[in-house]
Design a protein around this ligand. Structure first.
Ligand code: KG4
Ligand code: ZN
Length: 359
């Protein structure tokens, strides 16, 4: 995390924080206030823009963020019924993510911070995902185990406080969202693959194909998902040259989803056991998966731990989680003159607790 210059930030600490998210294919903006909670959140998804290419095209993503972001910021202020001079700071996703896309949000945040003489607060995208359950009425308390499952990350983290993150396990190859997306492509499903595969799986028999639960037969909390995708490919090939029938594809989708969600559930139970913590937080895009939610809810009842999810809309990328993380780190604002910090890679475990606490 960059060095803090706190004078301006502390002065405006009790005012709402505007958060901007542009790390990938969602342009989003929100305002969070310590007393009143979330005041507004607005989002534009680029799904239709990238659909014809079957995945996110980074340059198109950046350009579309440029085209949308100003109106989104204005709409967020309108929704919150706030004037810009009533804000206390501007937070933005500084990484990890697509560098061009990150720089659009960062540049707009920086310009706003400079014009309004407000602190500029860089936010770690995965920390924002991790803290998203804090936006819900029923919130976890520290410490807890977090399962972060997105398009770029699969992480099990022991969370002892804000910025106190111990990495317990991670994927050694594909992230779980990536595995969903790649398998969806094998099944000829449109982008974005994860939710499409989950939809197809609803019509399938998840017990038909016996896929492995990777790395659950040995100790440890790491994951590996690339072999599952290959197992689906092999099953597709053995279904014949004519291609799998519609029911076969639905059964493949369901069997894949069962294998992934079983694996995640097994490792979550292990992580809770290893830490002795009684709370599990699940966040990131794959956290929207209905089957994963069902399985973890059943496990929580059986093993008697408390389970926390953000609402579906705050599992996938959004501005609310960035505004909240910005508020949590509001003492870390720096003057926009200090230069713009963005980074495509930024390990979560490098984060430290907020350096200045403000009340
Ligand atoms: O957190 P997110 O919106 O963006 C990243 O930071 O990556 O996560 C996007 C990922 C994609 O891989 C998408 O396919 C997956 O989350 N995803 C899902 C579902 N909804 C989104 N995967 C499985 N089931 C879903 N319902
Ligand atoms: Zn994300």
């Amino acid at each position: 995390m960059p060095v803090v210059t706190a004078a301006a930030s502390v002065a405006s600490a009790d005012r709402p924080i505007l958060g901007i998210e542009t790390s990938c294919d969602e342009t989003a903006c929100a305002i969070y206030d310590g007393e009143r909670g979330l005041l507004a959140h607005v989002l534009h998804s680029q799904i239709r823009l990238h659909a014809e290419y079957g995945g996110v095209v980074p340059e198109l993503a950046s350009r579309d963020h440029v085209a949308r972001i100003h109106e989104l910021v204005a709409a967020t202020l309108r929704e919150a019924q706030l004037r810009p001079d009533e804000l206390g700071g501007i937070a933005y996703t500084a990484g990890p993510g697509l560098i061009g896309a990150l720089m659009v949000g960062g540049a707009v945040a920086s310009g706003l911070a400079l014009a309004l003489d407000l602190p500029l607060i860089p936010v770690h995208h995965m920390e924002a995902h991790l803290l998203a359950p804090m936006l819900e009425p029923s919130r976890p308390t520290f410490p807890f185990v977090a399962l972060l499952v997105s398009g770029g990350h699969t992480l099990l983290v022991a969370v002892r406080g804000i910025g106190q993150y111990e990495l317990l396990g991670e994927s050694l190859d594909d992230a779980v969202g990536e595995a969903f997306d790649k398998t969806a492509k094998l099944l000829d499903l449109p982008y974005p693959g994860g939710p499409e595969l989950a939809r197809l799986a609803e019509q399938g028999d998840g017990r038909r194909y016996k896929f492995p639960r990777p790395m659950t037969d040995r100790p440890g909390l790491d994951f590996s998902f690339s072999g599952l995708k290959t197992a689906v490919l092999t099953a597709l090939k053995t279904d014949g040259d004519a291609g799998a029938a519609a029911q076969d594809r639905a059964d493949l989708a369901a069997s894949f989803q069962e294998a992934v969600t079983d694996t995640l559930a097994i490792k979550c139970a292990r992580a809770l056991d290893a830490t002795g913590y009684g709370q599990l937080v699940v966040a990131g895009g794959v956290g929207a998966n209905r089957r994963l939610r069902e399985k973890l809810a059943a496990l929580a009842e059986q093993e008697r731990f408390a389970l926390f999810f953000p609402r579906q809309a705050f599992c996938t990328d959004n501005g609310a989680m960035v505004a909240y993380a910005g508020w949590a780190r509001r003492g870390e604002g720096r003057h926009a003159d200090a230069g713009l910090f963005t980074t495509p890679r930024w390990p979560l475990a490098q984060l430290r607790p907020p350096s200045a606490h403000v009340s």
